[in-house]
Design a protein around this ligand. Structure first.
Ligand SMILES: Nc1ncnc2c1ncn2[C@@H]1O[C@H](COP(=O)(O)OP(=O)(O)OP(=O)(O)O)[C@@H](O)[C@H]1O
Length: 325
């Protein structure tokens, strides 16, 4: 039996299904991410898994035991499962070390290691109102981890963090499995968080699991345009557009909609036989440029590191198909 088995979970709120017949499994130490637009039911599902909400139907089995819903117990939640909410609160007027010692199950040396992993060791003597938002987030995580959970549910842990604090917390989360043997499930609205971290991504739409797969599968060969859009920019090539792009080297004429990522389109030297087009727009993104190129009248977005491109330039374009693992 799997570490986590979710079977036929449904929940209605105000007469509408917010989670509908969701079933899946997660193995120990497997890094599972949930993607989906706002309101697609991600948080509701995660709270049901952690015993913090009540499902109407279905069951959650964690390490072979049923997780009881929030209405079946006096204090909602499961002792082995920690849930880091995007709306966490730290009690005011306490020292960080007091907050952390409250539910601590570790001996001092192990707790110190935990604080180091969470990068909060230097904050222990401060009061909770003397730390920044990003530091608070790491303290909240450290506090959850002091309860020695084996399973951690991370609900948008990086929202409201600037790039520096986000990267610090991302490296903390990356270390959790390896250093502490904790299995994690992550919700994030930023595709970069999910793609770089997950072993498997589940895509939710209107309370249901639409599709799931490895980051590479879902990024390069999504079944649905919804998934393509969630995970990054793309060019929709319908069969009608594909028919006008017959000269584009590498294009697959398979009669289906294709979602071509901007970095799959390459500007090539004219002698290499790419399809001729005209640049209609260029934008600078720091480490790369994005150019919109009109190919047979269709505007396609290309990501390139080539500099000096300008509106009105003639370029030749080829397509690289990416083998998917
Ligand atoms: N207590 C509630 N009562 C009624 N409807 C609710 C309640 N909580 C959530 N919902 C609705 O359930 C749906 C799913 O909400 P949920 O928070 O699970 O989505 P989400 O995918 O996590 O969204 P987000 O990315 O914005 O956090 C939404 O349509 C929301 O409005």
């Amino acid at each position: 039996m799997s570490f986590l088995e979710v079977s036929n979970i449904s929940k209605q709120q105000q007469g509408v299904y917010t989670v509908k017949d969701v079933s899946f499994q997660q193995e120990k130490l497997q890094q599972l991410a949930i993607a989906g637009e706002t309101g697609s039911g991600k948080s509701t599902l995660m709270k049901i898994i952690g015993g913090l909400a009540q499902a109407d139907e279905g069951k959650v089995m964690y390490q072979q035991k049923r997780v009881r819903g929030s209405l079946e117990v006096l204090i909602p939640g499961h002792p082995g499962i920690a849930y880091l909410s995007q709306h966490f609160e730290l009690r005011n007027n306490y020292r960080v070390e007091e907050i952390l010692s409250y539910a601590n199950k570790f001996i001092p040396e192990d707790a110190a290691k935990l604080y180091e992993i969470c990068q909060v060791s230097h904050l222990l003597k401060r009061k909770t109102d003397q730390v920044s938002g990003g530091e608070k987030q790491r303290i909240a995580l450290a506090r959850l981890l002091t309860g020695a959970p084996e399973f951690l549910l991370l609900d948008e842990p990086y929202s409201n963090l600037d790039m520096i604090h986000k990267n610090t917390l991302k490296s903390v989360v990356a270390d959790l499995s390896e250093e502490l043997g904790i299995t994690c499930m992550l919700i994030s609205h930023d595709p970069l968080d999910l793609l770089s971290w997950a072993d498997e991504i589940m895509v939710m739409r209107a309370g249901e699991i639409l599709e799931k797969g490895t980051p590479q599968q879902l990024y390069h060969q999504p079944e649905y345009e919804y998934t393509a859009a969630l995970l990054g920019k793309y060019n929709l090539i319908t069969p009608a557009i594909a028919a006008t792009l017959a000269e584009l080297p590498g294009l697959n004429l398979n009669g289906k909609d294709q979602y071509i990522r901007p970095e799959q389109l390459k500007i090539v030297p004219a002698v290499n036989g790419g399809m001729r087009g005209e640049i209609s727009r260029v934008a600078f993104f720091g480490s790369y440029m994005e150019a919109e190129v009109l190919l047979a009248g269709s505007p396609l977005t290309i990501r390139t590191t080539q500099t000096g491109l300008q509106q009105g330039d003639t370029v030749h374009v080829a397509l690289e198909q990416v083998p998917v693992k």
